[in-house]
Design a protein around this ligand. Structure first.
Ligand code: HAM
Length: 438
């Protein structure tokens, strides 16, 4: 019986993993240089961690289950809630702000399509203790530093849910729960449903019009226009915060599009929100590679009200773009080939294993595991793109040497064991340096 993968999951072959590792290392190095430290939280959590803010509805979009003791658990659909839980459990006395990053898999019960999976990876950062425009600008600039390192062309859209919320609060018949529903509908671009809901609960037509006008605003000059029309209050705290952020983004030289229609799918955002979209057209409909913003979750989890700001990259979407930008060829290594019948001559086998062990301190090294002939071993090495073969037979053993064959040129020479190890170490070290400097 052939067993298929679970729907929405993927297998990653070595070539894909090599590429992902390169990406991850680049992103990690940047996060560290910007002063963020890596953390890791559990893959599953108490389901209430996610339902506390979003209500039971969110369960439909999660993998949730009862464990053998009847605890209600869920595979994490994202990592921010876990990070704040962990912060409150472990570190709430730490000097603020705390700057963390993480890389981990997340699970969402969604309809799989190109760029949308049921298991996917996020690379994210959180600043716990600040949602100032300075913190917001630093995070957005950090996200762009990572995109530059991955050679991904992308476009930033910045909004502020505070502006939408200020308006919704003025729409008196709506309660908090309905605010959340409206935000989700805005996030999904379901304009007609927004109108219907507001009409149903008796919101004044002028307020509905104001909301529709606000969420369609794009471009910086429209902020003033919205203020003039009274859609944004003259003393709006959200507006001054947003303006301060936009000034700082200019200092960081990050180009942006103001887009007040960004509401974000998650309920915890309280201030600035942003999304980054790939612009090369490689991702199709699912072109949002990053999302984030300012939020308050700590109070909900029993802590004090700690302002925070963060973002998460959809790592798989970046990987899809990176793949096309960078073809990574597997680097071959060395094969140690014992010549002769291993069962007859144990000394040759021992010498080959010892040689392989020494080389493995420096170089990717293979040794036959299938009891194959010399010819078959070299053929396999060729298929693997190995660059050198170190051959050890009765003659070499007697003379205290090994035969080093360059598998690319076919030339070969006899060297002492030490000289051979040194030669290969130097060869691979220089290759590694070349690779790192590109
Ligand atoms: P999010 O926008 O829900 O935000 O997810 C972040 C990114 O994960 C998205 O921009 C997208 O690239 C990727 N993503 C989401 N769902 C899928 C999926 N089914 N398949 C592949 N990729 C996906 C968050 O999760 C927030 N926790 C971000 C954040 C951190 N906000 C504050 N701090």
């Amino acid at each position: 019986m052939r067993i298929e993968r679970a729907r929405g999951t993927r297998d990653f072959l070595p070539e894909e993993m090599r590429k992902r590792r390169i990406m991850e290392e680049r992103m990690r190095a940047i996060a560290e240089r910007w002063g963020y430290e890596e953390i890791r939280t559990p893959t599953f959590e108490r389901a209430e961690l996610f339902t506390l803010k979003s209500g039971q509805e969110i369960l439909k979009e999660m993998y949730e289950f009862a464990d053998k003791s009847g605890r209600h658990l869920a595979l994490r659909p994202e990592i921010t809630a876990s990070v704040i839980r962990m912060y409150l459990n472990e570190l709430k006395m730490a000097p603020k702000p705390t700057k963390w990053y993480y890389f981990g898999n997340c699970f969402r019960y969604e309809e799989p399509q190109k760029g949308r999976f049921r298991e996917f990876w996020q690379f994210g950062t959180e600043i716990i203790g600040s949602d100032s425009p300075e913190a917001q600008a630093e995070l957005i600039a950090l996200a762009f530093a990572m995109l530059t390192a991955l050679d991904v062309q992308a476009e930033l859209h910045v909004g502020h849910v505070g502006l939408i919320r200020e308006l919704l609060r003025a729409a008196t018949p709506l309660n908090e729960e309905q605010h959340a529903i409206v935000m989700r509908l805005i996030d999904k671009g379901e304009r007609a449903a927004v109108i219907e809901l507001m009409e149903d609960v008796g919101v004044e037509q002028s307020l509905i019009d104001d909301l529709l006008y606000l969420i369609e605003l794009k471009g910086e000059d429209t902020l003033q226009e919205a203020r003039d029309r009274g859609v944004i209050a003259a003393k709006s705290a959200a507006l001054s915060e947003l303006q301060a952020l936009l000034e700082l983004l200019a200092v960081y030289r990050v180009a942006y599009t103001l887009n007040l229609g960004i509401a974000r799918g998650l309920d915890y955002y309280t201030g600035m929100v942003f999304e980054i979209y790939e612009v090369g057209g490689k991702l199709g409909a699912q072109n949002q590679v990053c999302g984030g913003g300012s939020y308050r979750l700590a109070k909900l989890f029993g802590g004090e009200d700690i302002p925070s700001t963060g973002f998460a990259f959809g790592f798989d979407r970046l990987a899809e773009i990176f793949e096309r930008a960078e073809g990574d060829v597997r680097q071959g290594g060395v094969v140690v080939v014992p010549i002769g019948d291993k069962n007859v001559d144990r000394a040759i086998t021992s010498a080959a294993i010892e040689m392989a062990s020494r080389l493995r301190e420096y170089v990717p090294t293979h040794i036959d595991l299938m009891n194959r002939s010399l010819k078959a071993q070299l053929k396999y090495a060729n298929a693997r793109n190995d660059l050198f073969a170190v051959m050890i037979g009765a003659n070499e053993l007697q003379a205290g040497v090994v035969t080093l064959r360059d598998l690319v040129t076919g030339s070969q020479e006899q060297l002492s064991v030490d000289a051979c190890v040194e030669h290969l170490r130097a060869r691979f070290e220089s290759r590694l340096n070349d690779k790192n400097s590109t």
